[in-house]
Design a protein. Structure first.
Ligand SMILES: [Zn+2]
Ligand SMILES: [Zn+2]
Length: 665
């Protein structure tokens, strides 16, 4: 099994593992069948599909200039397990049948690709046709994957067709059986005990790879309560963001809704699993979306900062305002007031009384107020606490999680018979098969070849944040309390946005009316902010606060202090320049390098070159790297990351300033 080559400019390294390792999914017992259904067959021949913990692996080193010469370095040349015992092949005394002597016929990658295509309904014929075309184009087969046959794909298809989620009529027994059969999909499992409820953490090998690839030095975000009303057990999703900042789920945790505080049980297992694969892996930040999240635990396990995302609440308010308040102007005004209240709370200039005043002022709009009073008012205290304590994640992150949540709904909750939602075995099976396949396909470069099979469940490209970037400024007209955005899809169509300038604006397009942040709102907000018509985002405000607090609270240790002071002086010089320049503006801005500057991030603090103040305007288009508020140098990171006690003066400052990682991808 080959892994992606690592290239350092002169040499290329590829690490190969034996197909039967390094994971170990063997069950105990006297014999280890080559396949798990070998006993039922007359001839227990065939290829194993089980990893057996084989530690045989080697590295192939090649000079890029001389690719025909290779150096093969065997780290372990015996097919043995961790204990040093033969784990497959002729000398494995426990192996039955063909003794697992032969490598799987195609690579895990291709197998996953075929399974994913089959799960989402692409026919065998189409898969084979595409495959044959690709092999022909490259001039014939050149590796084992090119030898894929019809027969193999048909066999996989039949296996899928015949499989059932219901392994036992008792749901709990069925889940336990599923867990037994899918050890490699699970990073944590504990059944109900006398004191604790059951927790199941699903993470496939592919999801783990995504976590390693996109999570390292970057962000993991949570969507904590999917399907609370519909499913037997809700889903807690953890997502990372790909290069377009689309969310990819890297784990699903299933536990009864009354047990939402079970994070401490599985978080460590998740961390250990990544670390076993990549000991250098480090998370940059963790975004929670629930005031009851165990922030201390997250900090302890991942040694990273924690932020809060408000998307779920904003979404719920927005959707209910649209549904329950028929007058568009009142609806927009209420949304504006709620947005203002949240913004004041985050900036430390407001409290509960803002929400009380809101309820008094809009007492006439009883339909929404009844909802607000019943659902949100009891929880608002907890939300205020968390908004004060943690820095807020940017709206790009919120948009990405909102999209993820929406897609998960399309991909999971599309069954004809909704009784099925009350079975947990159905849930885990569907997540691990169909739903997983759709997310895999989102990242599949060849997905265009299967366009004729696209259904609503396929992702239709970019998030609304990225789409907003494609709207030219000239298509946006801002006129006081309104903004208008010309539609390119439909000639002559213009979208009207009420109260542009914040995420609490309301647009008349379909996506916005569903409670989502649409591209029109994002674009008009960006323009309003650029023109100084609206205050900068709360995330930016918190970042500014954090920087200022470094200036005021230098640490005690002398080396760190010297370093920090040097940085602080640089920042202060920039700030002074900036404020001089920005006099007369309503917004205060702080330097943040754009993504392109990130590569030379440390120059921000070291450069003597005068930089135009415009470069210093924060660009609200900054992708998730807006969360990566400043790409500080790695030294700066270690200063702030490993000596947070010195920075104890301000919790929020600590949090946002740890957002210093550059995504190395
Ligand atoms: Zn082996
Ligand atoms: Zn819109």
């Amino acid at each position: 099994m080959g892994y992606k080559p690592k290239v350092d400019g002169i040499l290329e390294y590829i690490l190969y593992w034996c197909s039967f390792g390094p994971d170990d999914h063997r069950k105990g017992g006297i014999v280890r069948p080559s396949r798990n259904y070998a006993a039922k067959r007359k001839t227990p021949a065939g290829r194993p599909n089980t990893k057996r913990g084989c530690v045989c692996h080697f590295i192939v080193k090649r000079l890029i200039a001389e690719p025909n010469v290779a150096l093969v370095i065997y780290n372990q040349d015996k097919h043995v397990d961790k204990k040093g015992l033969p784990c497959h092949g002729p000398s494995d005394k426990k192996a039955a049948g063909t003794r697992a002597m032969f490598a799987p016929y195609i690579s895990d990658e291709l197998r996953l690709q075929i399974l994913s295509l089959l799960y989402v309904g692409v026919p065998v014929e189409t898969i084979m046709q595409q495959h044959t075309e690709i092999v022909e184009k490259q001039g014939g087969p050149c590796n084992r994957d090119d030898l894929l046959t019809h027969r193999y794909v048909r066999r996989l298809e039949r296996k899928i067709r015949r499989s059932t989620y219901e392994l036992d009529s008792d749901d709990d027994v069925s889940i336990a059986l599923w867990v037994d059969n899918h050890r490699d999909h699970i990073f944590f499992y504990e059944d109900f005990s006398d004191t604790e409820p059951f927790v199941l953490g699903i993470q496939t090998e592919w999801q783990l790879q995504q976590l390693i690839r996109f999570g390292n030095g970057s962000i993991v975000a949570s969507d904590s309560r999917f399907g609370t009303n519909k499913l037997k057990y809700p889903i807690y999703s953890l997502v990372v963001f790909d290069s377009n900042n689309n969310a990819i789920p890297i784990a699903w945790i299933i536990t009864p809704s009354f047990a939402s505080g079970e994070m401490h049980r599985w978080l460590g297992a998740l961390y250990d699993r990544v670390h076993t694969k990549d000991p250098t892996w480090k998370l940059g930040g963790f975004i929670v979306d629930d005031p009851s999240a165990d922030v201390l635990m997250i900090r302890e396990v991942f040694q990273c900062s924690v932020m809060i995302s408000f998307w779920r609440v904003r979404h719920a308010w927005h959707k209910n305002l649209v549904d329950r308040c028929s007058d568009a102007n009142i609806c927009a005004e209420m949304s504006r007031r709620l947005g203002e209240a949240v913004s004041h709370v985050c900036r430390g200039t407001g409290d509960l009384e803002l929400f009380e005043a809101f309820m008094e002022d809009f007492v006439d709009c009883s339909d929404f107020l009844d909802y607000f009073r019943a659902v949100w008012f009891p929880r608002i205290g907890a939300w205020i606490e968390v908004l004060k304590a943690l820095p807020m994640a940017t709206s790009e992150v919120s948009v990405a999680i909102e999209c993820y949540h929406h897609l998960l709904k399309l991909r999971l909750l599309n069954e004809k018979d909704s009784d099925i939602y009350q079975r947990a075995d159905w849930l885990v099976d569907k997540l691990g098969t169909k739903v997983h396949s759709y997310y895999w396909l989102d990242e599949f470069t060849g997905r265009e070849n299967f366009a004729r099979y696209w259904k609503d469940e396929w992702r239709s490209g970019l998030t609304s944040w990225r789409r907003a970037l494609q709207i030219p400024d000239s298509d946006v007209l801002i006129d006081g309390k309104y903004a208008k955005v010309v539609s390119h899809k439909r000639e002559g169509k213009v979208h009207t946005i009420l109260n542009p300038g914040s995420e609490f604006a309301i647009c008349d397009c379909r996506w916005s009316r569903m409670g989502n942040l649409c591209k029109h709102v994002i674009k008009s907000t960006k323009i309003s902010r650029n023109r100084g018509l609206a205050a900068p985002s709360t995330s930016l405000f918190v970042f500014n606060q954090a920087l200022t607090s470094i200036l005021r609270h230098p640490p005690h240790d002398s080396v760190i202090r010297d370093h920090a002071i040097a940085l602080a002086v640089c920042i202060q010089t920039q700030l002074t320049g900036l404020f001089d320049h920005g006099k007369g503006r309503t917004t205060s801005c702080i330097s943040v390098p754009s993504e392109h500057q990130a590569a030379a991030n440390s120059d921000l603090f070291a450069s003597d070159e005068p930089v135009g103040a415009d470069t210093y305007m924060i660009n609200e288009n900054q992708s998730v790297s807006e969360n990566v508020f400043v790409n500080l140098s790695s030294e700066m990171h270690s200063v702030l990351g490993e000596d947070n006690v010195s920075y104890g003066a301000s919790g929020s400052a600590h949090d946002s300033l740890l957002q210093t990682q550059v995504n190395t991808d």
